[in-house]
Ligand binder design. Structure first.
Ligand SMILES: Cc1cc2nc3c(=O)[nH]c(=O)nc-3n(C[C@H](O)[C@H](O)[C@H](O)COP(=O)(O)O)c2cc1C
Length: 148
């Protein structure tokens, strides 16, 4: 994607964590969310990555500031999760997930070493700082994009 597509607000990247509100099959809910996200995010030029597991979400949204704003406002009102905490929000120079309007990964045992790398025994991303959240998403994301 070109330099100009970000528009006047610049390229924005937002990371937040939240908790699944329960009341259905988690995997099914994640799939439904991602299907809607792929369609919606394309319309506002937002790309990103959703990490889901142990009833928790950690999501990376990037794109034109207005698109990220509008998308995150909608996500914040979604009753399927609660305890939404913004971990990072600001300008960035480039996209990290440019090929994915939204991709998702379900955390599994293979991701354990990565979690301990950032000091987590369980996937509880709420208290993560920006650097550790970014590290986790980029590492899992890159593995995911390679098809691993
Ligand atoms: C953890 C989580 C992540 C979500 N991510 C996105 C997203 O990236 N883009 C999006 O449009 N909707 C996302 N949603 C869904 C929105 O909250 C909302 O349900 C949806 O955008 C409504 O779209 P629809 O009217 O096309 O169904 C997410 C919801 C949850 C719970």
């Amino acid at each position: 994607m070109g330099e100009l597509e970000q528009g006047r607000g610049g390229l924005r990247r937002l990371i937040y964590a939240s908790r699944y509100a329960g009341g259905g099959d988690f995997g099914e809910v994640v799939r439904t969310i991602v299907n809607a996200s792929i369609q919606n995010n394309r319309l506002v030029d937002v790309t990103g990555f959703l990490l889901a597991g142990e009833g928790r979400f950690l999501q990376w949204l990037e794109g034109p500031s207005a698109g990220v704003e509008e998308t995150f406002a909608r996500i914040g009102k979604d009753p399927r999760h609660d305890g939404v905490v913004t971990i990072a929000d600001g300008r960035v120079d480039r996209r990290r997930f440019r090929d994915w309007n939204m991709a998702q990964h379900r955390l599994g045992v293979l991701d354990r070493p990565l979690l301990s790398e950032i000091g987590l025994e369980h996937f509880d991303p709420t208290g993560l700082d920006a650097a550790r959240a970014e590290h986790l998403l980029v590492e899992v994301g890159e593995r995911h994009l390679r098809g691993g």
